[in-house]
Write a new protein. Structure first.
Lengths: 375, 337
């Protein structure tokens, strides 16, 4: 399957409804593909809806039918932060459609942070995790503690990841932190959120929309690998408390299908909901050996101007993380990297790219591999 | 903490499921005996559900390597051991986590267990409403209590209640599902109003109550109400209660009642609780104590009731020891949601 068009809104706190973000992204993708909605024969939508005080729409497929004045099949595939990747995976594995619009729009930040954080916590198990105050920063901080105890990586390594992603986001006009620069000391000295995580180890919840048009027709970007794996919602019941098994499984599938190895990847968008997740995902995705993720960030190979830049969009950390939209925004970045359209943050000669999207604390993970098609 | 294990496949669940989806065998319940702290994170960001910070997100681990999450306001270090507390004079607080039988068993163990060969259960039956409205003791909870007694070889179990309004108690028992729960377990519930009453001081108490080794007073906790105490009045003759109320305060009546009946355990059902506007909200706990007023006081503290019920006004929270979970850990301003 091929990518015919991609679209994305600016990630910010603008006062728009979820569907306005989605609509804007869809039009952007249609314009990119030089298509109109009548040429779309199915839509896959993913979204978490709004936090309290906003619009909680539970029949989005019909809402979208109204917006697009279409009667084609519209399927909703919610999977919280991993929704975008799951929607893409679904589109790629559907048969019988020529052009599928994969779409997401979220207005998740519409209230004070206590409300938004509580709403996002609905992605954790209710009686066993939510009620025990196991916020996602806490879950990930506890996984990180195990990782760092076992492999010796430090908070300074995580600071380098935050610094790298902010450096990229400053060059991305669609990123929340566009044109905003953070020095390393400011990152290191940010306040503690969930020990040992500091504020700058956490991604930023924002609003936004993104869209991808998947097509059977040959275009300039082909999807050559697609993997999806799930894992138990109870993070601490899993066998391995230092990595996300679902990332390893999804990556194995995607690389096997693509018939390439991690060494063949030129650019990647990794799900850095927390800096620690980016670090151990280097290993889960095969970019570093087990326990050697910190060496990779220290080496500079994945930073701006490095051999294989990771998160040139700024990642969830600094571009922003509008929950379900994120997985599709990653595709937007990789497709534009392969097309050579990323200007100041362009990865030189990028021809193969990867996206890695996670729902919850490693509960649903997709990995997709894209290749530039030379006509 | 309980886990559900498949002997054949060696898989473990925290959720109370009965059948292994791999080999379709029945699962065994495995209880944790030794519990230690595996990891700790100090949380500094408030959320609606957890507004008081800092608190500690603990990962606990038992002797079998099973791990689970627990909130705490007490600071622990990795490898600290956590003891299972027992105190018959305390108010025990336990999280239900989908398994009312397990929660019932744990909350009673916190009070030192049961020593009785015949037990009278007094469910809370206020009106002929479905269980989800949280007016009455839920059928699941009553079922769990009876199953717990049967599991502990207590075969002589009676279930009885009484209506203090014009609606016959049978109507409420049927609509709430309590009648069905009892009959499925071979118990025929009865109306306490139709029993003999014995004079004890100013009180006329049902003979069935006085003949029981133990009375289990089941209260459906409601915000701003003293449901455990109020349900206890149902063991009195209706006319006796009406005249006592005319002459004395409810505080005086309950005080005399407790003195007359030493063998009572009150259990407050608070998995989902009713707010003052009758909307119900999830709380996920049960409470137990030998003192109904203490349960009512602790419950209303947990939900941050805007006004304490009169029956609990004189109950000093500082005089109450809580075990199992701390009040702060389970606090939830339920009227907000």
């Amino acid at each position: 399957m091929y990518i015919k068009g991609v679209g994305m809104t600016k990630f910010d706190y603008s006062e728009k409804a979820w569907w306005q973000f989605a609509y804007e992204a869809a039009i952007d993708a249609l314009q990119d593909a030089k298509m109109n909605i009548s040429q779309i024969d199915a839509i896959i939508f993913t979204g978490m809806s709004s936090a309290s005080g906003g619009e909680h729409q539970t029949h989005k497929v019909s809402f979208l039918s109204e917006l697009f004045k279409t009667n084609v099949p519209i399927i909703e595939t919610p999977s919280v932060c991993g929704g975008g990747g799951v929607a893409l995976y679904t589109a790629l594995h559907l048969s019988g459609f020529n052009n599928v619009l994969v779409l997401s729009g979220e207005k998740i930040v519409d209230n004070k942070s206590e409300v938004v954080t509580d709403y996002i916590l609905s992605a954790a198990e209710r009686a066993i995790e939510q009620e025990e105050g196991m916020l996602f920063p806490a879950q990930n901080a506890l996984v990180w503690q195990n990782y760092s105890r076992k492999y010796g990586a430090t908070l300074d390594d995580l600071s380098l990841i935050a610094y790298k992603n902010h450096e990229f986001a400053a060059l991305n006009p669609k990123a929340y932190f566009y044109n905003k620069f953070f020095d390393l000391e400011k990152i290191k000295n940010s306040p503690e959120v969930a020990s040992p995580f500091r504020l700058m180890d956490c991604s930023l919840s924002v609003n936004g929309g993104a869209a991808v048009i998947v097509s059977k027709e040959k275009t300039d970007v082909e999807v050559i690998g697609s993997g999806f794996a799930t894992d138990h919602i109870l993070t601490f019941e899993r066998e391995d408390l230092t990595h996300f098994k679902a990332t390893k499984l999804a990556a194995e599938k995607a690389f096997t299908e693509a018939k390439i190895t991690p060494k063949d990847i030129d650019v990647a968008e990794i799900h850095d909901a927390f800096t620690s997740v980016e670090l151990f995902s280097y290993e889960d995705l095969g970019f570093a050996e087990e326990g050697k993720g910190a060496e990779l960030i220290r080496s500079g190979k994945i930073s701006k101007g490095g051999e294989m830049p990771i998160n040139p969009s700024g990642g969830l950390k600094a571009k922003g993380h509008p929950i379900s939209v994120t997985g599709l925004a990653q595709v937007y970045e990789i497709v534009n990297q392969l097309r050579g359209k990323c200007e100041e943050r362009q990865v030189k000669d990028a021809s193969t790219g990867l996206t890695h999207n996670i729902g919850g604390a490693g509960g649903s993970v997709t990995v997709h591999i894209f290749k530039k098609v030379n006509n | 903490m309980s886990f559900y294990e498949c002997d054949k496949c060696k898989r473990t669940w925290q959720h109370p499921i009965q059948i292994c989806p791999y080999c379709l065998s029945s699962l065994n319940k495995v209880k944790s005996n030794k519990v230690k702290v595996f990891a700790v994170s100090k949380i500094n960001i408030p959320t609606l559900k957890h507004p008081n910070v800092p608190y500690y997100a603990l990962i606990l681990e038992d002797e079998n390597g099973h791990k689970w999450a627990q909130k705490s306001f007490k600071e622990y270090n990795v490898n600290d051991e956590i003891e299972f507390e027992k105190d018959e004079n305390a108010v025990a607080i336990v999280k239900t986590k989908y398994d009312l039988l397990d929660a019932t068993s744990t909350v009673i163990e916190h009070l030192g267990g049961l020593k009785a060969s015949n037990v009278l259960i007094i469910p809370d039956l206020s009106s002929p409403d479905h269980a989800y409205l949280k007016e009455n003791t839920s059928s699941q909870f009553l079922g769990a209590i009876i199953d717990y007694l049967l599991k502990n070889n207590i075969k002589d179990i009676k279930v009885a209640c009484q209506s203090f309004n014009e609606i016959p108690v049978e109507f409420s028992a049927q609509k709430s599902g309590l009648l069905d729960v009892c009959t499925k377990r071979g118990i025929i519930p009865f109306d306490l109003a139709k029993t003999n009453f014995v004079q004890k001081g100013n009180l006329e108490i049902s003979e069935e109550v006085l003949n029981a080794d133990l009375v289990l007073n089941l209260a459906m906790c409601k915000i701003g109400k003293a449901e455990a105490s109020l349900n206890l009045f149902k063991i009195l003759k209706k006319e006796n209660y009406s005249s006592l109320k005319y002459l004395s305060s409810e505080k005086e009546i309950i005080s005399e009642l407790v003195t007359a009946l030493p063998n009572i355990i009150s259990i407050g059902e608070a998995e989902t609780v009713q707010r003052s506007d009758r909307v119900s909200t999830y709380l996920g706990i049960i409470l137990a104590s030998k003192n109904a007023q203490k349960i009512d006081r602790v419950f209303n503290e947990i939900v941050e009731a805007s006004k304490l019920p009169e029956l609990t006004e004189d109950v000093d929270l500082n005089d109450i020891k809580t075990i199992g979970r701390d009040i702060k850990e389970v606090k939830y301003k339920a009227e907000l949601y």
